[in-house]
Design a protein around this ligand. Structure first.
Ligand code: ZN
Length: 133
């Protein structure tokens, strides 16, 4: 497996912004995912490797934080302003939370993958330490 040494040519924020847009953080010319959350093994334009990077649970955690900070204030505001039953709140906020989750999860996974790619992490660092490498 060849790991790129060209990561320093892209600024960290450019890489993160490209990841958010689900584009290759190296060249910005090809998609970062082949399906919804499955990253490409190699960029179809520049050949950069992404298949070895494991983002693990960070993208879902970030999605929960982002969506929670959007949903909870509006939930609290409507709960204070209107006398709605729990069923009505559920009918409003649960579908909205799902839509926002499906929107943000691939974008935040792109951010995490791009950031990891940019700083040279693969997600296997703790295994390497345990194995004494
Ligand atoms: Zn590329």
């Amino acid at each position: 497996m060849t790991i790129s040494t060209n990561t320093n040519k892209v600024s960290k924020w450019d890489a993160v912004w490209r990841g958010y847009r689900q584009r290759c953080p190296h060249c910005d010319s090809a998609p970062l995912f082949r399906v919804y959350l499955k990253p490409v093994e190699r960029c179809t334009h520049c050949g950069e490797n992404f298949g070895h990077i494991c983002a693990d649970d960070l993208p879902p955690y970030l999605t929960i934080v982002v969506v929670g900070h959007i949903i909870v204030p509006f939930f609290m505001l409507t709960d204070r302003l209107y006398n709605l039953s729990g069923w009505v709140h559920g009918a409003i906020w649960l579908p909205l939370a799902l839509v926002l989750m499906f929107y943000f999860l691939p974008r935040l996974k792109g951010v995490v993958l791009a950031w990891m790619w940019r700083i040279g992490l693969t997600g296997n660092e703790t295994q390497s330490v345990k194995a004494g490498e």
